[in-house]
Design a protein around this ligand. Sequence first.
Ligand SMILES: NC(=O)c1ccc[n+]([C@@H]2O[C@H](COP(=O)([O-])OP(=O)(O)OC[C@H]3O[C@@H](n4cnc5c(N)ncnc54)[C@H](OP(=O)(O)O)[C@@H]3O)[C@@H](O)[C@H]2O)c1
Length: 363
Amino acid sequence: MTISGFIYLFCNSLLGRGEMLAGPANLISRRVEGPQRGNLMFKLCLRVRRGPSVSHLGRAHTFRPIALAGRPLFEYPRPRKDTSLRLARRAPPRAPCPAPRPSEPRSAARDSHCGRRNIMDLRLAGRRALVTGAGKGIGRSTVKALHAAGARVVAVSRTQADLDSLVRECPGTETVCVDLADWEATEQALRGVGPVDLLVNNAAVAFLQPFLEVTKEAYDMSFNVNLRAVIQVSQIVARGLIARGAPGVIVNVSSQASQRGLTNHSVYCSTKGALDILTKVMAVELGPHKIRVNAVNPTVVMTPMGQAAWSDPQKAKAMLDRIPLGRFAEMENVVDTILFLLSDHSSMTTGSTVPVDGGFLAT
Ligand SMILES: NC(=O)c1ccc[n+]([C@@H]2O[C@H](COP(=O)([O-])OP(=O)(O)OC[C@H]3O[C@@H](n4cnc5c(N)ncnc54)[C@H](OP(=O)(O)O)[C@@H]3O)[C@@H](O)[C@H]2O)c1
């Protein structure tokens, strides 16, 4: 006797009074999986529960679904298939993220190889993005992430070799080599840049000087790059958006230094404090044109700029002691926030200054 035949008879004897089951075919067609696979007899600690009366083959029968380990073996009439649940249960496991190549920054490896960003589809594909300060550090990582997300990127920086190597890594990236401290040169270089949907004002310089030794050169260069260029490039992009009647997003890369006094950072802190309030005014004025403007305010990141300022372990420890999470930010922490602010996932957020600071500004 087959297994299913045995179960059929056994179940009918349990139910008695000539009650009829839907037949062994139900059992045969049922796949028994996992720990229940194997010896089917075993679990003939079948629980019999009272079920509804159904009409089967023209006769009224009392039908009692049989449960195996608490789960019904079959039901009659068959319930509608809940496809969504089945799909969710049967979704194939995601491939594990491969380890980043040693030569690559963590975020770039993650972007190009494992697509973890797909967890939240940022829908940036096809958008045209301009990133300033794209040669190194956060700007370079932002370009790579945007490129990996399918955006068309214009990378602006002042060292041609950096831009050349960036294009080799991210084919198709357009480049503009210009010193953003030079108003006229910037005007000329970006005049024909074409339609831009997303702008990341990232370029900045940091000259660390005690307040009593601040020089005119450091002041001029800092404000020209960290603030004036933001105004100039944003004007070019925003005017283009308004002329096209297109929505757009601007993200200004500010700093935790915008809101705290840091020794030897008087000019840098001032430029970033000014950038925070510029962000809010731009949001107020450009909002009616459907252009959102936000800032990200990172703590220390070990880019070339971060290394220049925070490589001294004693100095770094003093800063780390003020960060509740006890670490500096990774490049990808900042890039993830920039991409979120560029995406429609933040479509109701404008005029914000978003800390990526491990809690530094909360203290
Ligand atoms: N790193 C940190 O700890 C930290 C913390 C908070 C906020 N931030 C902010 O994050 C942003 C990026 O910083 P980062 O650490 O990535 O800096 P970075 O490593 O020094 O890179 C800055 C990039 O901007 C370019 N750049 C600077 N001045 C320029 C100019 N006048 N014209 C065109 N390009 C120019 C640089 O080009 P060259 O190399 O050719 O000069 C470089 O490619 C900045 O706004 C910075 O204030 C950084």
